[in-house]
Design a protein around this ligand. Structure first.
Ligand SMILES: C[S@@+](CC[C@H](N)C(=O)[O-])C[C@H]1O[C@@H](n2cnc3c(N)ncnc32)[C@H](O)[C@@H]1O
Length: 384
């Protein structure tokens, strides 16, 4: 099989930019009929398909890049990669060692920000692809070598591989490379950032780190352990919007807040705030409390506008029993429901089917334990 950077593959890819899944068989038959070698056709079509898939992550830029299927999946989103670059820039960094650049999504953001990047990658196909993706940036180089060796740069960035042939790898010591080895190399630089699983246990964090959880549009993206960025803390970063800082040793367990009776409003904290253990801080700031022990729905009696909270007004508290709930919703002519839930083993999809709703109105239901019962809260979403 030719490599994706093979000249024949690239020229075929450039001459046939359009790719449609339903057209693939006809197109590949035609190209072979035109005399192109089958494996060149196959690789060019694979790249065309990956470019199309990559559009949701990289936009139009995807059509000038090359990918591997895994490399695309593991690549940092451009908005997150830009954030990584900004942290290095604001710390006065000029040159970075990147450990494991994959197809080069972070490398691209570093290079675009004007940093000098010495990226290393252990897999040859990815290293070649990253070089192609970075061809316009003389300030970026990609070497086929172990990124943890001979670190001489001012700063280090690592995004260890967290998926293996059997799926997601939870143990940081099984990541590629293992977290402890990355931390060891990172300690030899002035500033280091290590992308980690957002679900990482606080106990696995270094106690002198600044640890960020990033989200965008209410979706959790990733977590990053920063060394050398200043006072230790945990931070929830809503990209381009806001930041909540929980000062102190990041390994300290999140502070728990006593729950209280359901009030007029219910608030869903941004997932980055939940992961960063920032609920107690929001509760103090806005006079809120959880609706039940350990449940990340917060309640209170005043309306709050905060980028960290999605707000709902409670319309009614309904029984969480299928038949009764179906009757209540049907009495209100509700035919379409958005179902949110926490702390309950219920599948919203299954419940929605079983409710067999017919009606013209739409509504939002929040299924949750409260202090003394489990209920379906009929709520109305408050637009910020
Ligand atoms: C999750 S991917 C990086 C994705 C990249 N940040 C991006 O945005 O495209 C991790 C990469 O690290 C590489 N890798 C693992 N251990 C390495 C090491 N010791 N040195 C260099 N590369 C390594 C893997 O081959 C893999 O391609």
């Amino acid at each position: 099989m030719p490599s994706p950077t093979d000249r024949r593959v690239l020229s075929l890819l450039e001459s046939h930019p359009q790719y449609r899944e339903d057209d693939v068989f006809a197109l590949s038959t035609k190209l072979r009929g035109d005399g192109f070698e089958p494996d060149v056709v196959s690789e060019a079509l694979t790249q065309a398909r990956l470019r199309q898939k990559a559009e949701s992550k990289f936009g139009e830029r995807a059509h000038t890049m090359l990918f591997t299927s895994d490399g695309l999946e593991q690549a940092s989103r451009p908005d997150a990669a830009k954030h990584h670059a900004e942290q290095f820039l604001s710390a006065g960094v000029q040159s970075i060692r990147e450990v494991g650049c994959g197809i080069g999504a972070d490398t691209l953001a570093f290079a675009q920000a004007g940093l000098t990047v010495h990226a290393r990658e252990l897999e040859e196909d990815r290293a070649q692809i990253a070089r192609y993706n970075l061809v316009a940036f003389p300030n970026a180089s990609v070497e086929l070598a172990d990124g943890l060796l001979d670190v001489t740069e001012d700063a280090l960035w690592a995004d260890p591989a967290r998926r293996g042939p059997k799926g997601r790898i939870n143990n940081p010591e099984e990541w590629g490379p293992p977290l402890s080895r990355v931390l060891e190399a990172a300690r030899r630089t002035r500033i280091a950032g290590i992308k980690v699983a957002p679900g990482i246990d606080y106990g696995q964090l270094p106690n002198d780190a600044t640890v960020e959880w990033l989200s965008s549009g209410g979706d959790l993206i990733e977590a990053i352990i920063w060394l050398g960025l200043g006072q230790p803390s945990r931070r929830a970063v809503l990209l381009g919007e806001a930041e909540l800082i929980i000062e102190g040793d990041p390994t300290t367990p999140a502070e728990m807040v006593e729950p209280q009776e359901l009030g007029t409003f219910i608030y869903e904290p941004d997932p980055a705030v939940i992961r960063a253990g920032g609920i107690a801080q929001l509760c103090t700031q806005f006079n809120l409390a959880p609706v039940a022990p350990g449940i990340a729905y917060l309640t209170g009696n005043s309306r709050i506008d905060s980028p960290f909270l999605t707000a709902f007004e409670v319309i009614d508290v309904l029984p969480l029993q299928e038949k009764k709930l179906a009757r209540e919703l049907s009495n209100r002519h509700i035919g379409t429901v958005e179902i949110k839930k926490r702390g309950l083993e219920i599948s919203p999809e299954t419940l929605r089917k079983r409710l067999k709703l017919k009606g013209t109105e739409s509504a939002t239901l929040i299924l949750t334990p409260l202090l003394r019962s489990r209920n379906a809260l009929l709520v109305s979403r408050i637009q910020p």
